[in-house]
Design a protein around this ligand. Structure first.
Ligand SMILES: NC(=O)c1ccc[n+]([C@@H]2O[C@H](COP(=O)([O-])OP(=O)(O)OC[C@H]3O[C@@H](n4cnc5c(N)ncnc54)[C@H](OP(=O)(O)O)[C@@H]3O)[C@@H](O)[C@H]2O)c1
Length: 248
C-alpha cells in the first residue's frame, strides 16, 4: 500500500512544521481550495495517498466571528468534502482540531468530556470533527500551539489556561501519533499553563491582557488531559523493549 501523505494547510504555522518532520505532498491553496470541492476530490482521488492530514482552516476566534459564513464554509463544509473524498479513496484521515471545542469552565479535558463550543471558530471546528469521524480510519488530534518563531501578538492573556505546545513540538507529536497508528480522538498538549507564560517562552517581551478586553467569547481554561496519549506511548515503549528482549 502507498505510504504517501497529503498535507492540507502546509503553508500554515503548524503545516510548515509538519513539512519538516514528514515526507509529504503539500499543495498550496491555489491547487487545493477548501472552498472548491472539485479541487479536493481531484487531489485525493488521483493522488493515491495512504494518509490525508487536514491542517487547513480559517483559524482564530476574531476572523471567524468577522465572517461566520466563511468560517462554516471552510472549516465545516470544507472538512466535509475532505472527509468524503478521503473515505472514498480508502485513505486514513488525520484532522487537526483544537482545545477550543470545550467551554473552558472545567479545564483538564479528557477525550470523552463533552465539547461545548462558545464561539464560531470552535463550533465550526467541532463540526469538522464530526465529519472527520465519519471516515473509517481517522485520527482527530485536539491540540494547541504557539508559533515556534515567536508569539504573533503584542500581548497575551493572563486569565486563560491552556496546554499549548510550540508548533514544532505539536508537529513532532502529531507525526508520532501517525507513526503509532493511533485511531479516534486524542489530546496532545503540554503542561497546564497561562497563555502569557507560554507566549513569553517564545517571545519574552509579550505584554499582558485579559480576555474581557477582546469583547470575544473566549474559554477560561482549555487545558487538556493528555493521559491517553501518554499511555499509548508508554505501551508502545514497553512492547518495543519486550520485542528487543526476545530477539536472539
Ligand atoms: N494556531 C493555534 O493556536 C491552533 C490551536 C489549535 C488548533 N489549531 C488548528 O491547527 C490547524 C493549523 O492551524 P495554524 O495555526 O497552522 O493555521 P494558519 O497558520 O492560519 O494556517 C492555515 C492554513 O490553512 C490554509 N487555508 C485557509 N483557508 C484555506 C482554503 N480555503 N483552502 C485551502 N487552504 C486554506 C492556509 O493557506 P494559505 O497560506 O493559502 O492562507 C494555511 O495553510 C488548524 O486546523 C487549526 O484549527 C490551531
Amino acid at each position: 500500500m502507498s505510504r504517501r501523505i497529503l498535507l492540507l494547510g502546509g503553508s500554515g504555522r503548524l503545516g510548515r512544521e509538519l513539512r519538516r518532520v514528514l515526507d509529504c505532498d503539500a499543495p498550496p491553496r491555489s491547487v487545493v481550495d477548501l472552498l472548491r470541492p472539485e479541487t479536493i476530490d481531484a487531489a485525493i482521488a488521483q493522488g493515491g495517498f495512504a494518509v490525508v492530514i487536514h491542517a487547513a482552516a480559517l483559524v482564530g476566534v476574531r476572523p471567524c466571528e468577522d465572517d461566520r459564513a466563511l468560517a462554516f464554509a471552510i472549516n465545516a463544509e470544507g472538512t466535509r468534502h475532505v472527509a468524503r473524498a478521503t473515505a472514498r479513496s480508502g485513505a486514513r484521515l488525520v484532522y487537526v482540531s483544537t482545545d477550543a471545542v470545550f467551554d473552558g469552565y472545567k479545564g483538564m479535558y479528557r477525550e470523552d468530556d463533552l465539547p461545548n463550543p462558545i464561539n464560531t471558530y470552535a463550533l465550526t471546528k467541532l463540526l469538522g470533527e464530526a465529519h472527520a469521524r465519519m471516515v473509517p480510519s481517522h485520527l482527530v488530534v485536539r491540540t494547541s500551539f504557539v508559533p515556534s518563531e515567536g508569539y504573533p501578538y503584542p500581548r497575551a492573556f493572563v486569565d486563560q489556561w491552556t496546554s499549548r505546545l510550540t508548533a514544532t513540538q505539536a508537529a513532532v507529536e502529531i507525526a508520532r501519533a501517525l507513526e503509532l497508528a493511533v485511531e479516534g480522538v486524542i489530546h496532545i498538549g503540554g503542561a497546564r499553563r497561562r497563555q502569557i507564560d507560554v507566549a513569553r517562552e517564545v517571545s519574552p517581551d509579550v505584554g499582558e491582557m485579559t480576555r474581557a478586553e477582546t469583547g470575544l467569547a473566549l474559554p477560561h481554561d482549555m487545558s487538556l488531559d493528555c493521559s491517553r496519549w501518554l499511555a499509548i506511548q508508554a505501551e508502545h515503549e514497553r512492547n518495543r523493549k519486550a520485542a528487543a528482549q526476545v530477539k536472539p
